[in-house]
Design a protein around this ligand. Structure first.
Ligand code: SF4
Length: 309
């Protein structure tokens, strides 16, 4: 498998399929934005804390892990505006309040333990195609796997600047979210592997661990359990191995044939597609040059390798 390219597709890349060009920029070329952004990095710092916390590490040490992550990003040039709540003080407050709200010993969520330790940041790779010239793998990382009030679940941390009063709509948006459905499918794949340590997770429900970080305060709430009927997972499986794979192979082998403007995906709800400046570049400038000018790098994503190659 190592002598030819392996294209890793995760749930967020799947969403890019509304535009052939966007999908290829992300999956085939491996472009990603190198400029640090506070929303993303603050969320990642909280993730770093949570991964350590659910391993059972002391709170102080887990907090330190989150803070070191964020301080490193600040030292690398991350700029946080004065009024932005995604700062270090709020990170300390969030971690302190989270541990008060969900003390490990009383938390209704209990992380699964297997022979390799706690099931935290569980990476998966499901081979979809293995050809002479390239491979295609569906991949991702599940934040936490465990039980919640006795049910087998996976739990994903989601940070938002929405108010807690808007949690209903926020949680609802994940009910048929591709990422959640894909995690349910991935867990059923892992559960069915020979000698699987996750055999009881054939149909795990999804849980959003909401972190509502607004300008005035930070609060926490978990979504109702999101469950999937067998027929939906069967349809998803058929789609992934059938028309989805066919479309991806066609794109990789033959290039783009339709563009974002056909289904209005150049404009997003709160902005524009991240490649807009590349598609709208001046005549005479090629896409690769424009990507470099805009601080994009080509490093294919590989969660099985803990991040970018
Ligand atoms: S700007 Fe539009 S055409 Fe260009 S990659 Fe994005 S969605 Fe596709």
């Amino acid at each position: 498998m190592l002598d030819k390219p392996t294209y890793m597709i995760d749930p967020s890349a799947m969403k890019n399929m509304a535009c052939d060009r966007k999908f290829l920029f992300t999956v085939k070329d491996g472009y990603h934005y190198t400029k640090l952004n506070p929303a993303m990095e603050w969320g990642s710092a909280f993730h770093t804390f949570a991964a350590s916390y659910y391993k059972g590490t002391e709170l102080k040490e887990s907090m330190q892990a989150g803070l070191v992550y964020y301080q490193t990003r600040l030292a690398q040039g991350l700029r946080v505006k004065e009024k932005d709540q995604r700062n270090l003080v709020r990170l300390v407050e969030a971690i302190t309040l989270y541990a008060k709200k969900y003390p490990l010993e009383k938390d209704s969520f209990k992380v699964e333990q297997n022979s390799k330790g706690a099931c935290i940041e569980q990476s998966f790779g499901i081979p979809l195609y293995c050809g002479e010239k390239y491979n295609i793998v569906f991949s991702g990382t599940i934040d936490l796997i465990g039980t919640y009030r006795g049910e087998k679940v996976f739990m994903d941390h989601k940070t938002t600047s929405n108010y807690l009063t808007q949690s209903g709509k926020f949680f609802e948006s994940y009910e048929l979210d591709t990422q959640f459905l894909a995690y349910n499918w991935a867990l059923s794949y892992l559960a069915n592997l020979k000698d699987s340590k996750l055999s009881e997770y054939k149909n795990a429900g999804g849980l959003v661990n909401g972190i509502f970080n607004t300008q005035s305060k930070v609060e926490f709430e978990r979504s109702p359990l999101i469950e999937y009927p067998d027929h939906l997972r069967a349809s998803f499986d058929k789609y992934m191995r059938g028309s989805f794979l066919k479309k991806v192979r066609d794109l990789i082998e033959n290039g783009p044939s339709s563009y974002g403007w056909a289904c209005d995906s150049c404009s997003l709800k709160f902005g524009k597609c991240c490649y807009w400046e590349v598609c709208n570049r001046p005549d005479g400038v090629d896409a690769e040059t424009m990507m470099t000018m805009l601080d994009y790098e080509t490093k294919p994503y590989n969660p099985l390798n803990h991040g970018r190659l």
